[in-house]
Design a protein around this ligand. Structure first.
Ligand code: PMV
Length: 343
């Protein structure tokens, strides 16, 4: 190989309905999780591969055109893992140019989309070099080693990661949820920016807090049952049950952090204000509009696309002033990563 080889991909982030919180060695999840993949919130990554003299992969990372040496350790660790799948990575240099379509600290997992995009680029180069088909399962496996939740971003729609008692799924890679009722084919995720400050606890530290947590075992058991329950709900099309499970999952994730040692409160007063207004709105109108939270203060408003006009007309005016600079990212369920062909 003398000419540089390039690969360019967009990979979206995802939002978990049943949450992954707690892991074992090598990014093996303590419980299964189910998310859906987003559309507008994605990472755009271009990798240019050239020959290098070293025996290990080397890299430069540019974020929005600016070189970011502080991103390197995570990338090099990822490439080190990747060598098990792609031995040709040794003695290669990767120029990684990346950007996100969504702002930092917006309650969207940027590590999920970033690692998914990088894994797609590397697999794409692999298929060019070896004349083999692009292998999504291997990409998901790889992405997991970079950031657990990234393995779910390799597929569109609803996606399961972690094995469930019925024998479905794997702890090593994600799989798409096949049986999804039409009621869940068109789902909106309006991300309300209630606090854009940096999170007080990283997700790696958060997973670590589950190790000696008093409620760890019951929580893992609960999530295992809920993954099965959610798959049934997705098959039946029952939005009421979906919202009940989703909101309890969000609050349980936060409860785990509130009861860890040291404890963390990641919600802000406006997070609670929106939840109260949403519950009031739902009880007044009966509309199936629910919420979930990531490990931060921003709130994801989840509803079927058929209710978009109701949300826009009747609910957002009640809460938009609680968002920082009125910011809302109007995202929705999507199809997963996309290869970008230049020109
Ligand atoms: O993939 P990580 O290590 O950033 O952990 C993600 C954890 C949550 O976003 C809180 C839940 C999830 O399942 O995505």
């Amino acid at each position: 190989m003398s000419e540089p080889i390039t690969a360019h991909w967009h990979a979206p982030s995802n939002i978990a309905i049943v949450k992954y919180w707690g892991k074992f060695h090598n990014q093996i999840p303590a419980n299964p999780s189910i998310s859906f993949t987003l559309t507008l919130s994605y990472t755009d990554t271009k990798v240019t591969l050239t020959e290098a003299k070293e025996q290990l992969p080397t890299a430069d990372v540019f974020y929005e055109g600016v070189e970011k040496p502080d991103f390197l350790p995570k990338v090099l660790k990822f490439l080190d893992h990747a060598m098990a799948f792609y031995p040709w990575l040794a003695s290669k240099h990767l120029k990684i140019e990346t950007r996100n379509t969504f702002p930092h600290s917006s309650g969207i997992a940027s590590s999920a989309s970033a690692m998914a995009a990088l894994a797609c680029c590397i697999e794409d180069i692999h298929s060019l070099l070896t004349f083999t088909p692009f292998d999504r399962q291997r990409v998901s496996h790889m992405a997991r080693l970079g950031s657990g939740s990234a393995c779910r971003s390799i597929y569109g729609g609803f996606v399961q990661w972690g094995s469930t008692a019925d024998g479905a799924g794997s702890d090593h890679f994600a799989i798409p949820v096949e049986q999804v009722h039409t009621a869940f084919l068109d789902v909106k995720d309006y991300i309300l920016i209630l606090h854009s400050g940096k999170k007080t606890v990283s997700s790696s530290a958060g997973h670590g807090l589950m190790k000696d947590h008093s409620y760890a075992e019951p929580r893992f058991q609960q999530a295992k049952q809920r993954a099965l329950a959610l798959r049934d709900i997705l098959t039946s099309g029952d939005w009421e049950m979906f919202i009940r499970l989703m909101e309890s999952e969000a609050l349980t994730l936060h409860a785990m952090m509130m009861t860890s040692d040291p404890p963390y409160i990641l919600m802000k007063p406006n997070t609670l204000a929106v939840i109260e207004k949403l519950w009031q709105f739902r009880s007044d109108t009966g509309y199936q509009i629910g919420f979930t939270l990531d490990a931060g203060a921003n709130l994801h408003l989840i509803f079927p696309a058929s209710l978009t006009h109701i949300v826009e007309r009747d609910f957002l005016p009640e809460i938009q002033y609680l968002c920082e600079q009125n910011r809302i990212i109007r995202d929705c369920i999507g199809d997963g990563p996309r290869k970008i062909t230049e020109g």
